[in-house]
Design a protein. Structure first.
Length: 410
């Protein structure tokens, strides 16, 4: 399969000759097999030189997978003529047993409850023109052990005097103490931006509603990017106060509170009707008491014309100049990373691997996401003539090639 060997040549500066040979054997086996993606399953589909011990040695090598993903993307998937979005999300993989590295209870959106699982946090670059997502960095989430409960501080003796303490000054809470999750993401983000600087110019980081809060927005702005995310449906939003200062006292900052389902018509940008549902889109610059800066908010209100039932979604961005059509489009592109998670689980072994040691778990997860990028490169020429060509068709093609090779040997 010479096309696979040609694609892997971009990794020559990163991998030794032996490691590159092992990777090529594993890639061909993954493309050919129709069974579960485990070390034993792969060993049954590798060609000459791809024994179980060969695969085992590869899985227990510590590789710089972040550099592997970026190098392959830069050589085979990068398009210098289009813009990219940076997408970030977490994927949870249920696992049984007790000895797997990083095994803990993580919340599963499918089961709507915490389950014993492994969790991985992934950054992906999305081509805005082709609307295709490419995983670029994957890191396992390892929970720290719960700290012992600290004894509450003793209550101060005596009653404090009424009024403001003498000598106190106003403080601007511009800095934020990030929790462990955001600190981990911040480190990953800074490392990624340093790696891709000079090649991909990024402006926006898109994350789901879990990160629709001020600490996440502050972390993103510190990295030089704008955040696009979603607020809670009951978020308290206010118009900026435009009246005159009537002193004494602090100037009024917050104006009228915004009702998402009773928006002022001056904010209306677009109205469409389809299948008995009217969709109204509003855009405004608003304030929230949790944020120290104004937000660019887009409210999508849907009304069923027969029953008058309503539902709404509140999207926001820290970029005050971003148009509502682009904000909606960019946030919808966030879902492309979910297709990467689906392919990694369904076709490339993210759900199947049975490794328990840290290095082997890291290799198995990153190998699954590497195959997502490799399969996209292999699918691109096929889809030029047949847009419906799928991953299953690709695997069937290489499955047939393997049978032809074995038949010729006979």
């Amino acid at each position: 399969m010479p096309e696979i060997l040609a694609l892997l040549q971009s990794l020559v500066p990163l991998l030794s000759r032996t490691t590159l040979h092992q990777l090529s054997c594993i890639v061909q086996a993954m493309l050919s097999t129709t069974s579960r993606i485990t070390m034993l399953g792969l060993s049954r589909w590798t060609e000459t030189g791809g024994s179980y011990r060969t695969i085992q040695r590869f899985y227990h090598q510590a590789l710089d997978w972040a550099m592997v993903h970026w190098t392959f993307f830069k050589a085979s998937l990068w398009n210098s003529t289009t813009d990219y979005l940076l997408i970030a999300d977490e994927v949870v993989v249920e696992k049984a047993g007790h000895d797997t590295f990083g095994l803990a209870r993580f919340f599963s959106s499918l089961r709507q409850r915490p389950v014993p699982a492994l969790a991985f946090f992934a950054f992906s670059l999305v081509n805005i023109q082709d609307r295709q997502s490419s995983p670029i960095q994957v890191t396992q989430i390892v929970k720290d052990p719960l700290p012992a409960k600290a004894t509450p501080p003793a209550a101060p003796k005596g009653k404090r005097s009424v009024g403001r303490p003498k000598g106190s000054k106003n403080k601007t809470n511009s800095s934020v103490v990030l929790n462990a999750e955001l600190l981990r993401i911040q480190t990953m983000l800074q490392t990624l931006l340093q790696r891709i600087s000079g090649y991909v110019s990024l402006r926006y980081l898109v994350m789901d509603g879990h990160f629709g809060n001020y600490p996440s927005a502050w972390m993103t702005r510190q990295a030089g990017l704008h955040l696009i995310s979603k607020l809670r449906s009951d978020a308290a939003l206010f118009e900026p106060f435009t009246g005159k200062y009537q002193g004494p006292g602090r100037p009024t900052k917050y104006g009228a509170k915004i009702q998402a389902r009773q928006m002022n018509q001056k904010y209306l940008k677009e109205t469409t009707t389809a299948e008995g549902v009217r969709t109204d889109i509003y855009q405004a610059q608003v304030l929230n008491k949790e944020f120290l800066f104004p937000l660019n908010v887009v409210i999508i209100l849907k009304t069923h014309l027969t029953t008058q039932a309503q539902s709404h979604v509140i999207l926001f961005s820290t970029d005050l100049e971003l148009n509502f059509t682009k904000m909606i489009d960019f946030y919808s592109l966030r879902f492309q990373i979910e297709f990467n998670f689906r392919d990694a689980k369904q076709y490339w072994g993210l759900d199947d691997f049975m490794n328990v040691e840290q290095t082997a778990v890291t290799t198995a997860a990153n190998l699954a996401f590497f195959m997502v990028n490799l399969s996209q490169r292999l699918l691109a020429p096929k889809r030029c003539s047949n847009p419906d060509y799928s991953v299953l068709d690709l695997k069937a093609h290489y499955h047939g090639c393997r049978y032809i090779a074995e038949t010729i040997k006979l």
